[in-house]
Design a binder for this molecule. Sequence first.
Ligand code: COA
Length: 380
Amino acid sequence: MVFGKKKRKKPVRGLEGVVAAETSLSYVDGVNGKLYYRGYDIDELAGKVSYEEVVHLLWFGELPDRAQLEDFRSELIAEMRLPHQVDELIRLAPPNANPMVVLRTALSALGMYDPDGGKNSEAANRRKARRILAQVATIVASMHQARSGGMIISADKSMNFAANFLYMFNGKPPGKLERSVFDTLLALHADHGLAASTFAARATVSTLAGLHSAITAALASLKGPLHGGANTKVMEMLKQIGGKERVKAYIDGMLASGQRIMGFGHRVYKTEDPRSRHLRQYSQKLCRRAGMEHLFEISKRIEERVLKKKGIHPNVDFYSATVQEALGIPKEYFTCIFSVSRTAGWIAHAMEQFRDNRLIRPTSKYIGGFNKKFVPLEKR
Ligand code: COA
C-alpha cells in the first residue's frame, strides 16, 4: 500500500554508494586503492608528517609551517589533562570493563565539566576540539595506568603528541622507532570518508547537539567489530591460530562455516587498502625487533590464503594489530588507539557539518502493515 502520490523508493541496504554529505576532508578511492587527505595522497604523507600536522591539515585546511606546528602542538599538549572527577570515574570503572565503554563514558562525562559545554560558536568549538582530541588520548593512557596500578602521568612539553601518548600510557618515554611508527599509525587512521562512526558524528551534530555528543556517538559506533573493533579480534585470531602451519586449516574452516575473517574486506576498497600496505611494512620491522616474527608470518599467510580463497584484501585493522602488539599495547586497547587518532577526523567532520548544517533525517520504507484492528488490553 502506498500513501501519497510519490512512489516509495527501495532502501539501499547499508546505504552503500549513497552520497550523504559533501566534504573536503578526505577521499577514499576504492578502485585504485588510494586515500587522500585534503588532496594529499597519504602515500606522500605517511612517514613524513607527524600526527599534529595531519590534524592541522584536516582542521585548518593546510599543512602548518614550523611556527604554526610548534604553537598547535603546545596547545594540544597543554590540554592533555582531565578534571579530577573524570580521573575518579576512570579509576572507579570495573577493571574488566571494555576500554571502549570506559572511554565512551568518560568522554561523555567530560561534556559536563567542559568550560565551553553548551556553546556551539566557532570559537568555542575550536577550543573544545583541542581539548577533546587531547583528552581522548589522556583518558586511554590514564585508564591503562589505573588498571596496571601505575600513577597518572602528566604530559611532557618536550615530546610530540604521539610520543606523549606512549609515555603516558606505558609510563616510560618511547624509543625513536616506536615513536615514529606510532606517529605514522595515528596519521594513517586520522580520517576516512564517511565511515559509520563519522556518519554518526555528523548526524548527531546536525541536530545541533554539541561536539561532546558527536564524539560520544562516534565512539559508540567505532566500538563494533565490523568497524574499529576488528583490530582486537585480529589479535585474538592470531593467538588462537598460534603457528603459521595452522593458518590454512583455520581460514578454510572459518570460510566454510560462513564466518568473516576479521581485518579483511571493506565497503569502499575493492583492492588493497593503502593504509594496510604501510602498516604491513611497520609490522614486519617491529615484529622482528620485538621477537614476534611468528605473528607477522601468521598474518602474511592469512593474507595470502584469504586473497586466494575469497579475493579479499586486508583492511587497516589487520596489520595495525601486530604493529600495536609489538609496541607493547595490550589488545583490549587497540580500538581505543584507533579512537585517539580518528577523533581528529570526527571533529573535522563535525565542524564541517556545523558550518553548513541541515538536519540529517533520511526516510525509511515502512513494511509494518496498516489498518490493524485495535484490541483493548483486557481482551488481548
Ligand atoms: N571475511 C569473509 N568474507 C567477507 C569478509 C570477511 N572479512 N568481508 C566481506 N566478505 C564477503 C561477504 O561474505 C560477501 O560474500 P558473498 O557475496 O559471497 O556473500 C562479500 O564479501 C561482500 O560482503 P558485504 O557484507 O556485502 O560487504 P560490506 O561492504 O557490507 O562489509 C565489512 C564490509 C568491512 C563490514 C566486511 O568486509 C567485514 O565484515 N569485514 C570484517 C570486519 C572488519 O575487518 N572490519 C573493519 C573494516 S575497516
